[in-house]
Design a protein around this ligand. Structure first.
Ligand SMILES: Cc1cc2nc3c(=O)[nH]c(=O)nc-3n(C[C@H](O)[C@H](O)[C@H](O)COP(=O)(O)OP(=O)(O)OC[C@H]3O[C@@H](n4cnc5c(N)ncnc54)[C@H](O)[C@@H]3O)c2cc1C
Length: 372
């Protein structure tokens, strides 16, 4: 008996997570990536698992979804680690949201009140308590609150671990395999064009991140409304034994993510500039200036890296999952700023969809139907 194959376009955390789960369930999963595996948004991200602190008004379906994925993380990290022997840098640091200038205090209070009104678990902290938790904060940092459940993972380590898990589970992985077109006949995806070749497909998943909305061959009205939202980031090196920061920290303008190896990741700009990946003086200046205002000791830190990436952003900032208007073609895209956080749940939900033909209840609001 031949196994039905699932072809996945995109080898980021979405495509890899799905392929791993499918292979574990005995399915033949084949992943194509136009570049190296997992070197796009999944590599560029900051790795925050910030379901609470990033909750926004109007995200009624999204909030339970990201909270559910957040709750899956401890077990997911453990399983991936046991399966591959690779540490994904999952750290239960918690997250602080602070005001580093007077103008920010109103924004901070507004945010706290919004989260409290949604019964999300946040705790207001007095200045002395803030200082106890983060002694290197500037004296300007006077107000803040704490989200005990928002943690972090090292997203680059996650990519490497998912890549290794896929290999071990027998997923066929093709790097530098640019899917230049999906061939459609009688409303059904039949083939994909890769580099100069063409192959038949029976079950195709589009998990191409920010590029999902512009794949050739799919009629315009059937494409997922996904576009790139650029973010610039910068990394510095802290002293591993005496880091300047221990928690993930947000201000209304930036976030700072301290890794266990002493890297301090600071992000991110939010720019609607198409696929322009250039770093700008203004973007980097903004990140460094706002870091310095909260954490003046950063002046002495060696600069490690600057980079930019593209969030796969949908029209309503929520993921687009499951069936499309094209038979045999399903979508797994549109995660915007939460794609790392969503990895465990997306992999579970989409593998269930592929295997059983139905998304679980919690993922049901996120089909293309909502844009009709
Ligand atoms: C600056 C920044 C900061 C972020 N911070 C966080 C964070 O802290 N927490 C969080 O949860 N999320 C964060 N995100 C969001 C998160 O990174 C993404 O939502 C997630 O990585 C998307 O995963 P993906 O696999 O769908 O996309 P990607 O990782 O972009 O992978 C898609 C892959 O598809 C490939 N591809 C595209 N077109 C084709 C084609 N035609 N043929 C073959 N391959 C193709 C690409 O090469 C790419 O490797 C951040 C993103 C950015 C940019």
């Amino acid at each position: 008996m031949t196994r039905k194959s699932i072809h996945i376009i995109g080898g980021g955390v979405a495509g890899l997570g799905l392929a791993w789960r499918l292979a574990q369930a005995g399915r033949r999963a084949i992943v194509f990536d136009k570049g190296a595996i997992g070197r796009s948004a999944s590599w560029a991200a900051a790795g925050m698992l910030a379901a609470v602190i990033e909750a926004e008004p109007g995200e009624d379906a999204l909030i339970p979804f990201v909270l559910e994925s957040q709750s899956m993380w401890p077990e997911f990290a453990k399983e991936l680690q046991a399966y591959t022997g690779l540490d994904v840098g999952y750290r239960e640091t918690g997250t602080l949201f602070v005001a580093a200038e007077r103008d920010d205090e109103g924004l901070l209070k507004q945010r706290f009140d919004f989260l409290k009104a949604r019964s999300l678990p946040v705790e207001w902290l007095e200045r002395s308590e803030l200082r106890k938790r983060e002694p290197y904060f500037s004296p300007r940092v006077t107000h803040g609150f704490y989200s005990a459940g928002d943690h972090q993972v090292d997203n680059r380590a996650l990519v490497d671990a998912l890549h290794a898990a896929c290999k071990k589970a027998g997923v066929e992985l093709h790097a530098n395999a640019d899917v230049s077109e999906i061939k459609i006949s009688n409303g059904q995806a039949t083939h994909i064009v890769i580099n100069d070749g063409i192959i038949a497909v029976e079950n195709l998943v589009l998990a191409a991140g920010a590029w999902s909305g512009s794949i050739k061959g799919v009629p315009l009205e059937a494409l997922p409304p996904v576009f790139p939202m650029k973010g610039q980031l910068v990394a510095m090196q802290m002293d591993v034994y005496q880091p300047l920061l221990k928690h993930v920290v947000w201000t209304p303008q930036i976030y700072m993510v301290p890794r266990s190896d002493g890297r301090l990741i600071v992000g991110a700009t939010l720019e609607d500039k198409g696929f322009d990946a250039s770093l700008t003086a203004g973007g980097i200046l903004h990140l460094l200036r706002k870091t310095w205002e909260a954490l003046p000791g950063m002046e002495e830190l060696p600069l490690l890296e600057t980079w930019a990436g593209f969030r796969p952003t949908s029209r309503d900032d929520a993921p687009i999952l499951g069936e499309s208007a094209i038979k045999n073609l399903s979508f797994m895209t549109g995660q915007h700023r939460h794609g790392i956080l969503m990895t465990p749940l997306l992999a579970a939900a989409m593998s269930e969809y592929i295997i059983k033909g139905k998304l679980p209840e919690i993922a049901a609001p996120f089909t293309m139907q909502r844009f009709k």
